[in-house]
Design a binder for this molecule. Structure first.
Ligand code: ATP
Length: 211
């Protein structure tokens, strides 16, 4: 069965780093990929753009292609977005279909801080996306938990619904939402770091400019 991959994040704002790695992951895994904006990220300060604004940016970014789609369930649920709850809900909907949680190498290194993190492997595979400029390395505890789960070949993810870890060597793009927010706050125009659809309506990036 074709895997369903979930790429969660704050997307404050969505940028070409997100889109490019999600696209390449879809190719490498031959998977459907859903971008899933988080409502109240448990480990992070509140986003600058509100939920409606972040969804509008994602919709603008995802135009004219069908490989990547948007899933707004965490925003609709409200309250903190715990990935384990989202994946459990998807598991109930999708039966034995392989689920893959896509996370950047920086987020992966922080996995042991996630709510009920060891249970994530019971409901999904994890695809770790290479990310340049990331200093954080997985802790000994995370390495021990995942050593036996590692696979090299994406085809292995189709053989079971959950439980494997794969590194996905995507094209390194050193783009972050933090940098883009800094540029916008300084009155700069990060035109080619963002999807062009975000420039169609000048009000879309206004929250960052006035921040
Ligand atoms: P911020 O700078 O605000 O922390 P961000 O650019 O890291 O934002 P998030 O929305 O926090 O973006 O990230 C969502 C997911 O995308 C995370 O798993 C993160 O590791 C991954 N990600 C973001 N940018 C890249 C990139 N350039 N390459 C690979 N993965 C990325």
């Amino acid at each position: 069965m074709r895997p369903l991959a979930i790429f969660g994040g704050t997307f404050d704002p969505v940028h070409l780093g997100h889109l490019s790695v999600a696209w390449e992951a879809a190719e490498l895994l031959d998977a459907e990929v859903r971008l899933m904006p988080a409502s109240v990220p448990p480990h992070r300060p509140a986003p600058i753009a509100n939920a409606r604004q972040r969804v509008a940016m994602l919709r603008a970014a995802l135009q004219k292609q069908s490989r990547l789609s948007l899933d707004t369930r965490e925003l609709e649920r409200g309250g903190p977005s715990y990935t384990i709850d989202t994946l459990a809900e998807l598991r109930a909907e999708q039966g034995d279909r392989p689920l893959v949680l896509l996370i950047g190498a920086d987020a992966y290194a922080g996995l042991p801080a996630w709510h009920r993190w060891r249970e994530l492997f019971e409901v999904a595979h994890i695809g770790v996306l290479s990310r340049p400029g990331v200093e954080a390395l997985p802790s000994a505890g995370l390495r021990a938990e995942t050593a036996a789960r590692r696979v090299e070949d994406a085809a292995a993810l189709r053989l079971s619904p959950a439980g494997k870890v794969i590194e996905l060597a995507v094209t390194p793009l050193e783009i972050s939402a933090t940098r883009i927010r800094e540029l916008l706050a300084a009155g700069r125009d990060p035109r080619y770091l963002l999807p062009c659809g975000l420039f169609d309506d000048p009000s879309v990036l206004a929250p960052y400019r006035s921040a």
